[in-house]
Design a protein around this ligand. Structure first.
Ligand code: SF4
Ligand code: SF4
Length: 192
């Protein structure tokens, strides 16, 4: 069983008891939405566009004023979704769409994306940092510094000859830990 948000859970379709009642997402009609009573069965496809549509439909249903509470009781828990072919990212998306407050939902997703990118960058090392903390651009001598990639802070100047000033290593770069700041725009930056 997968904890989602507040008292709600999701369960893997393949581990779901046969007698647990549910409603298939594709069978929910907008004009009958107020009758929704049991967990929604969600089958994730191998297709990005279809999955976006699924999540949009779920967001609409969960936030509809016509829908009160819906879940299937199992093991003293409230099962809100029965899911098939899911991934960690899908679980995060389901957790996010149960957060009613938009600001809190965006903060949740922002933090998740920052953590996701940190893990991805550590695993894949797309900038090809070596043991001397030099990235591929620095070894090719096409970056302004010799170490620590582009993790430098600076101020812009009005002087067109210098363009920037006060360039120094970013205060959030920690030795051996990489970036310690949740800054999404920084984390998605690549020079080429
Ligand atoms: S994005 Fe930054 S760290 Fe990565 S290769 Fe380019 S200069 Fe180096
Ligand atoms: S915030 Fe993080 S990614 Fe951005 S420059 Fe600083 S250490 Fe690098």
């Amino acid at each position: 069983m997968i904890s989602l948000y507040n008292e709600y859970y999701a369960i893997d379709f393949d581990k779901c008891p046969d007698n647990l009642p549910y409603t298939k997402l594709e069978e929910i009609k907008e004009d009958e939405i107020e009758n929704l009573k049991y967990a929604i069965k969600v089958e994730i496809k191998n297709d990005f566009e279809s999955n976006i549509k699924i999540l949009k439909n779920l967001l609409f249903i969960v936030n509809s004023d016509k829908v009160t509470d819906f879940y299937s009781p199992y093991d003293n828990k409230k099962i809100r979704f029965i899911i098939k072919n899911y991934s960690n990212s899908l679980i995060k998306a389901l957790q996010a769409l149960l957060i009613k407050d938009e600001k809190t939902r965006v903060e949740f997703l922002y933090d998740y994306l920052c953590d996701y990118l940190d893990i991805l960058w550590n695993e894949k090392n797309p900038c090809q940092f070596d043991e001397n903390s030099s990235c591929i651009a620095q070894r090719m001598k096409v970056a302004p510094h010799e170490m620590h990639g582009c993790c430098y802070s600076f101020n812009y100047t009005k002087n067109p000859m210098t363009f920037i000033t006060k360039s120094e290593i970013c205060q959030y770069l920690a030795c051996g830990k990489g970036c310690t700041e949740k800054n999404l725009s920084c984390k998605i930056f690549v020079c080429k």
